[in-house]
Design a protein. Structure first.
Length: 544
């Protein structure tokens, strides 16, 4: 389909009166066929038209070259300076967990002058700009539950700033996130080979080794640790002695594990490299974390915000890079339809003594079958109509209804045993995901906490509420307590709203900069890694 919209609206006479860059931009916006048809009437040279045709299929490049009057940027002496900057990008790409070949011309002949060279270098520049300012892959392509909206800057502006930069190589180096977490992950990636056991060394058998125990498995464990610099000499290498426990603790600290000196399944699994789908577990988990940080490049992570790391089962309040509050959380089950999604939003309300409006999916899948068998089932829930009126169960023939035509909703009054507990934290979103209290407190004692239907249950909800209200009240605890004591549902507006980020980092630095690793509970890291591999990511952790 030929898109003549812009030229038709403007008219040829108006186009002729516009400055040449504006004319080029307008024509390129209309599509290749329109540009070709209009070229003889707009006095574009053959070189200009060739460049216009070559970039017309890329909206970002078309926008830039149109605004640049269809002038090349990678030609001549000035262009050589820009090409050199791109060569430096390729040489440093692996520091970001990305393959150098992604930013090199595949055809060596394209490295010089001419239209082909111009377009290839422009495409590489655009690719690097987009990769560094929003990630190399689209989040939802890896997993539809990664609902993160990437906020990229205008690509044409990035190219213009690159061309105008006194030091174009430094400009490109500055595009990557400058967050301390990103820099810590880069440092960890550079050192990841230090924890990779050389080929040919037998794996250690999975067990639970403590001081005083002995066996052939201890010998294998000792050998693998020594191969990566965690030596523990002993007169009897088959005995798990204090020296070996100390070496295990050192390895655990380096690997981001709990450093108790006990060699259990997690420690031995990491030492053996046993992470399904990730192979060289440490470098690949870090490379995935770097990509996730690039997705968040448009977020102000220095501002006060709530940070919920799903595989860590932890929520924090961060302020100017400092952790000011932390609590355990329960996240969605591993079943595909119950996993907690990833996204960012703004928390608007603390709701005290909340009613629980049961999601329709739970109502029809879990409760309707029980109501058909016994209309008095789940008696703690009210059945309500579309206007919110409670309908006596004696007036409802539940056997008439299916999941498709059930006309009622279910709701639970505020109470100590309400499924939401006594407080919930609202950030309106299309998926009805929020943070909330829970009566099932015992679940927070477990190390792995994936038990919910998708929402996030908070271990210390009253303290979280107090912290969130503290900027707007001299007595935030009293404000919360008065609302709680009322026994009625109360909505306390957060002023200003607080950014909240539901994230999924299996590798992330703690406050000391030490990288901590967590289980890929939903398999999302493996899915992201597969997408990164499709870009040619087969050289992560290797020298260029």
């Amino acid at each position: 389909m030929v898109r003549f919209c812009l030229p038709v609206i403007l008219g040829l006479s108006m186009l002729g009166a516009m400055p040449q860059p504006a004319v080029a931009q307008a024509v390129l916006a209309s599509g290749r066929q329109a540009a070709v048809a209009l070229a003889p009437q707009l006095n574009f040279s053959a070189d200009e038209m060739a460049l216009a045709e070559a970039v017309a299929d890329s909206p970002q490049l078309a926008s830039f070259y149109g605004s640049n009057g269809l002038r090349p940027i990678f030609q001549g002496a000035d262009g050589a300076r820009l090409r050199d900057a791109l060569r430096e990008v390729a040489a440093t790409a692996q520091r970001h967990g990305l393959p150098a070949g992604r930013y090199r011309p595949r055809d060596p002949a394209a490295a010089g002058q001419g239209l082909e060279s111009e377009v290839i270098h422009a495409q590489i520049l655009l690719r690097y700009d987009l990769d560094m300012t929003g990630g190399a892959i689209r989040p939802a392509d890896a997993d539809p539950q990664i609902r993160r909206q990437v906020n990229r800057p205008d690509a044409a502006r990035l190219i213009r700033d690159f061309v105008a930069a006194p030091d174009p190589a430094a400009y490109l180096a500055g595009l990557a996130p400058d967050a301390p977490a990103y820099l810590a992950l880069q440092d960890a990636l550079a050192g990841s080979a230090d924890l990779t056991v050389p080929d040919g060394i037998a794996p250690a058998p999975v067990a639970l080794w403590r001081i005083g125990m002995s066996g052939d498995g201890v010998v294998a464990l000792r050998t693998r640790l020594a191969s990566i610099g965690f030596s523990a000499p002993s007169d009897d290498p088959s005995v798990y002695d204090a020296a070996l426990s100390g070496a295990v603790a050192e390895y655990q600290r380096a690997a981001g594990l709990h450093s108790d000196g006990v060699a259990g399944p997690d420690t031995i699994g990491r030492l053996n490299g046993d992470l399904p789908g990730l192979g060289d577990w440490r470098s690949r988990m870090i490379a995935v974390a770097l990509e996730r940080m690039r997705w968040m490049g448009g977020e102000d992570l220095q501002a006060r915000h709530v940070w919920v790391n799903i595989p860590e089962f932890t929520a924090r309040i961060m302020d100017r890079g400092d952790e000011i509050f932390r609590t355990r959380v329960v996240v969605g089950k591993t079943a595909p339809d119950m996993r907690t999604p990833e996204f960012s939003d703004r928390m608007e309300y603390v709701v005290v003594n909340p009613r629980w409006n049961v999601p329709r999916s739970i109502t029809v899948k879990e409760y309707l079958p029980r109501l058909k068998a016994n209309r008095h089932a789940v008696s703690h829930l009210d059945v309500v109509d579309g206007r919110g009126n409670v309908i006596p169960r004696s007036r409802i023939d539940f056997s008439r209804y299916t999941a498709a035509n059930f006309p009622y909703r279910m709701r639970q009054k505020p109470s100590d045993d309400n499924a939401l507990g006594l407080v919930k934290f609202i950030f309106p979103n299309p998926w009805n995901i929020y943070l909330h209290d829970t009566p099932t407190k015992h679940l927070f004692r477990n190390s792995s906490r994936a038990y919910s239907h998708g929402c996030v249950r908070v271990g210390d909800p009253f303290d979280l509420a107090t912290q969130l209200l503290s900027p707007q009240s001299d007595d935030p605890r009293g404000l919360f307590q008065r609302a709680l004591d009322s026994g009625r549902e109360r909505w306390l507006a957060l002023t200003p709203n607080v950014p909240v980020h539901l994230v999924y980092f299996t590798a992330f630095p703690d406050q000391s900069g030490q990288i901590r690793f967590h289980e890929d509970i939903y398999g999302r890291d493996a899915a992201v890694w597969d997408r990164l591999q499709a870009l040619g990511l087969d050289s992560v952790g290797e020298s260029d």
